[in-house]
Design a protein. Structure first.
Length: 506
């Protein structure tokens, strides 16, 4: 029989999980773009003065007056399109732009008392500008000072990552004691996986740092080999090594490496790996326009508070510490990343981000591969956690994909945890279950939270659903610190896993 071990718990990580960091939700982003269009920068009022001025300069000068940049990222075209209907939501705006681009059509706009026709080339520039503004707004949102995130806000996520790392060490020791062979999925696959529907890499960066700290001072297994912990992105991604000045290709880990490194014939060290997927893409990544390879960058240094993990900005003031490594990057700048495979220069508009759109688009092979991996994770999961992720059931493609992925699961056994946030909920009840869920739905007025819960209960057996309304990170915090017991209860509740943690893999 082939090995069919998969992570028992799958965490679906959404915008609600990082809201406490200051990151904007999609609804907020479209409103900010509309404000920018009106030269209203009031949302920057409490921002660091240098960051505030840098963002204003990008919008007022670079995207409007720079002869090259303003053509690539056409802010004026975007403003013209938005002015025709300021009630458009992000979903509708991207759908309209994609349909026009796909059909090679322009846009006839009547605004400010006159008609202006935008050719398809300018529609492409408008879409590029919209994506750029989203990226720069999110990069800006998490910076407390130029180049750095707020340590107090990030700490819960760092502590969360540290405890996850500790748990995977404990799991390795237990699996070894049980006799699980280290070159099999039964041993080397983490019992949790993360699917992030966010574009920001903050959780990933904290897990990276937690793993590095552990790998620099590793635990020894029974045969004296060091344990190393890594991450699998569900596809092959190339980067340059963090902390090195050279731009030599550096690969992220995957299962094939685990198989080879853990081979009993050639003992050197022992590797375990955790799945962390970004099916909608991630800031700082690129698809090379020449060779088509998927590349990314995590910056030049190991600093968990650095915003370099967002990748280079088109404007240096918004990514203070960024260092261009290669001769081409130094020459072209403006967010340039040289492809380590073929040497072509990539820019922010080569970033493969999946936006909310109903338009049919050419598939992006690496993201399709990640999507396939995501489907397998959900299909084989025993416990699915909605961590700040609300099923967007207005998007029929997401709905059908999700439902088909779990259609083969035994609904009487598949467990579900929902972590959402309701500021008006004041009960001491840790988890809502069964009748408590139904009572909350009937009595609550927060439409977005209720809709999320109803969507989940439409798919899962309500007897197998539990709900926390504390939000992320409060659901795993206790007395101002991240609680190991609460994280175990979140990922591996005894009511779902009778054996507790570490899980049994029969």
């Amino acid at each position: 029989m082939p090995e069919r071990y998969w992570p028992e718990t799958v965490i679906l990580w959404g915008a609600g999980a990082t809201k406490s960091l200051g990151l904007y939700a999609t609804k907020e982003l479209i409103q900010l773009v509309i404000k920018i269009n009106k030269n209203d920068f009031s949302f920057l009022e409490n921002k660091n003065e240098k960051l505030k001025n840098a963002f204003k300069k990008l919008v007022i000068e670079d995207l409007t007056k720079d002869s090259k940049l303003s053509k690539i990222y056409d802010l004026k075209a975007l403003a013209t399109i938005i002015n025709t209907n300021t009630k458009l939501n992000m979903h509708e705006l991207f759908t309209m732009l994609d349909q026009l681009i796909e059909n090679g059509m322009g846009f006839n706009a009547f605004c400010n008392g006159k008609t202006e026709f935008l050719r398809v080339e300018r529609i492409i520039g408008a879409k590029r500008c919209l994506i750029l503004l989203i990226e720069e707004l999110e990069r800006l949102s998490v910076q407390s000072s130029p180049g750095y995130m707020d340590e107090e806000l990030v700490n819960p996520y760092y502590q969360f990552s540290k405890i996850l790392t500790e748990l995977m060490k404990e799991e390795a020791k237990c699996f070894e004691d049980r006799g699980y062979k280290r070159d099999t999925r039964r041993f080397y696959l983490y019992s949790y996986a993360i699917v992030s529907f966010n574009w920001d890499p903050i959780l990933l960066w904290n897990i990276f740092n937690a793993h590095k700290e552990e790998n620099d001072n590793p635990m020894y297994m029974k045969d004296g080999l060091k344990l190393r912990l890594f991450d699998d992105f569900g596809t092959r991604i190339a980067s340059t090594e963090i902390g090195k000045d050279e731009s030599e290709i550096w690969y992220t880990s995957d299962e094939s490496q685990c198989k080879r490194v853990n081979d009993y014939k050639y003992p050197s060290r022992i590797v375990r790996i955790g799945k962390i997927l970004f099916p909608h893409g991630v800031f700082g990544s690129r698809i090379c326009p020449e060779c088509g390879k998927y590349i990314t960058t995590f910056g030049a240094k190991w600093d968990r508070l650095s915003t370099e993990v967002f990748g280079p900005s088109v404007f240096g003031g918004l990514q203070k510490n960024w260092k261009y490594k290669t001769k081409k990057e130094c020459e072209y700048r403006r967010g340039a990343i040289e492809c380590p495979y073929c040497g072509q220069v990539t820019y922010p508009y080569d970033m493969p981000l999946i936006m909310q759109t109903l338009a049919k688009k050419r598939s992006i092979p690496p993201l399709e591969e990640i999507k396939t991996e995501m489907g397998l994770l959900m299909k084989n999961a025993k416990h699915i956690i909605f961590a700040g992720y609300s099923l967007p059931f207005d998007d029929i493609m997401v709905k059908t994909f999700f439902m088909s992925s779990i259609s083969g699961n035994d609904k009487s056994k598949l467990k579900c945890t929902v972590v959402n946030f309701d500021e008006n909920y004041s009960s001491d009840v840790e988890w809502l279950k069964n009748e408590e869920i139904e009572k909350y739905i009937k009595s609550n007025k927060d439409k977005s939270v209720v809709e999320c819960i109803e969507n989940v209960c439409d798919i899962f057996n309500i007897q197998n659903v539990r709900i926390s309304l504390k939000g992320i990170p409060d659901v795993f915090m206790e007395n101002g610190k991240c609680s190991k017991d609460k994280i175990i209860d979140l990922l591996y509740p005894k009511e779902y896993f009778q054996e507790g943690f570490p899980v049994e893999r029969d």
